[in-house]
Design a protein around this ligand. Structure first.
Ligand code: FE2
Ligand code: FE2
Length: 415
């Protein structure tokens, strides 16, 4: 049996998404015209929904475990119905939002090959949005189960969202340089991969059947990000190109905290398991995610060390880089600032448990203090300015964070 079958939206929504594409992603035609030049041997892009075939018919986790999966939205009661809708809406918003973001700095790409890889990522994100629309469109009970036509309301709202209006913070940050395109696919698409993996169990069948084809496509996105960030770092370490390893580090510092927060509060997340929407808690998924990012950084650092010590085995290069990051002693002439390190999950947080949210933690996860108390907001903002890309400090997203920090009541535990 084929892995999936394909289908399309009803004409009204198919046209609406094509309309959106013409306004926000006109470069799609360029990609389609040049597909064979860059991606020969892979199936050309098609704007369709892919419905996975090898998906369990039985609910795998939570309070309905063992029962048949829900095939109609109307079978989900109360909170469950709206929680499912919120997940579908947030997912679609990430897909459309990321296209709008990638476009902002696409022209700074390392060259045509990297530009076409990002264009392919954008096209596949468009298909993922299409897929989420299909979930809402294919099941007539999204139209009648609520008081309003939930499908139409949600799709219309999504097609009208601009950068700054999307559901999740990471999709409201404007890209400033091509390092953003690359870093975003490396760390934010990786969150997407973890979410799609967890949602394979989704107790609402159309959503579960949407996950495997999307998951397969994410592999290309992550691979593109990792390859481009490595390339940018290697060029930077040779003094070539527009960006240094430190520029890449600052870009990582900007994106990683938003990726961390996409998992939701790390002390919560049981409801999604109870409803059978995901098979892991937020905290468990976050731990796995951070370990995977660390692995990606190890790989890039090993390549950086190997430029100074050709022939050094990879595991020794990883160990040398880790030692330098932990203790500061140079490895083969490279210091801490010549390598990439994983920011602490407590760094630059605006959501999550009280003890990290809007608290002045540094990159290594140490609380910055003055006279035994956490430093004042403006002191922390000055610290952040040394750790984040200069252009991002002017972004509406950062200015909002600064406002929130200045107006935040300190958590009682600190005083
Ligand atoms: Fe996607
Ligand atoms: Fe993606």
């Amino acid at each position: 049996m084929a892995l999936y079958s394909t289908t399309t939206l009803q004409e009204r929504y198919h046209k609406a998404i094509l309309d959106w594409q013409r306004r926000h992603f006109p470069e799609l035609n360029l990609l389609q015209d040049n597909w064979d030049k860059y991606f020969k041997g892979t199936q050309p892009f098609q704007l369709v929904a892919k419905v996975g075939n090898n998906v369990s018919d039985t609910i795998e986790v939570g309070q309905y475990q063992g029962r048949p999966k829900f095939s109609r939205a109307s079978e989900m009661r109360g909170n469950m119905f709206y929680q499912a809708r919120n997940i579908i809406r947030a997912q679609a918003s990430t897909e459309l939002g990321s296209i709008q973001q990638h476009r902002m700095s696409l022209e700074q790409s390392l060259g045509d090959e990297s530009k076409y890889c990002v264009l392919r990522v954008m096209a596949e994100e468009l298909r993922h949005a299409y897929q989420m629309f299909w979930v809402l469109d294919d099941d007539a009970t999204w139209r009648s189960a609520g008081h309003t036509d939930v499908a139409e309301e949600t799709i219309d709202e999504l097609l009208g969202m601009e950068t700054g209006e999307h559901v999740l913070d990471a999709f409201n940050i404007r890209f400033g340089t091509f390092v953003d395109n690359a870093m975003f696919t490396m760390v934010i698409d990786l969150v997407g991969k973890h979410q799609l993996a967890m949602q394979r169990v989704f107790s609402y069948a159309p959503m579960a059947r949407s996950m495997p084809p999307m998951f397969l496509e994410e592999g290309f996105h992550l691979g593109t990000g990792r390859r481009l960030i490595k390339e940018i770092c290697l060029r930077g370490s040779r003094g070539e190109g527009d960006w240094s390893v430190q520029d890449v580090q600052r870009t990582l510092n900007q994106w990683l905290p938003r990726g961390v927060e996409m998992f939701g509060n790390e002390d919560a997340g049981q409801t999604n398991i109870t409803f059978g929407f995901k098979d892991k808690s937020n905290g468990a998924a976050l731990t796995e995610y951070l370990a995977e990012v660390q692995g990606v950084l190890d790989d890039i650092n090993a390549a950086l060390v190997q430029t100074r010590a050709p022939g050094l085995p990879r595991d020794e290069a990883v160990a040398a880089a880790r030692g330098t990051i932990a203790r500061g002693d140079p490895a083969h002439g490279l210091g801490r600032d010549d390598l990439l390190r994983l920011p602490s999950k407590r760094f630059f947080r605006r959501r999550g448990p009280e003890d990290v949210m809007l608290q002045p933690y540094d990159l290594d996860g140490e609380l910055l203090t003055e006279g035994g108390k956490p430093v004042a907001p403006d002191v922390y903002l000055r610290y952040l300015a040394t750790q984040l890309p200069a252009h991002y400090l002017q972004d509406a997203d950062f200015l909002q964070y600064a406002d929130k920090l200045r107006n935040h009541e300190p958590a009682a535990a600190w005083y």
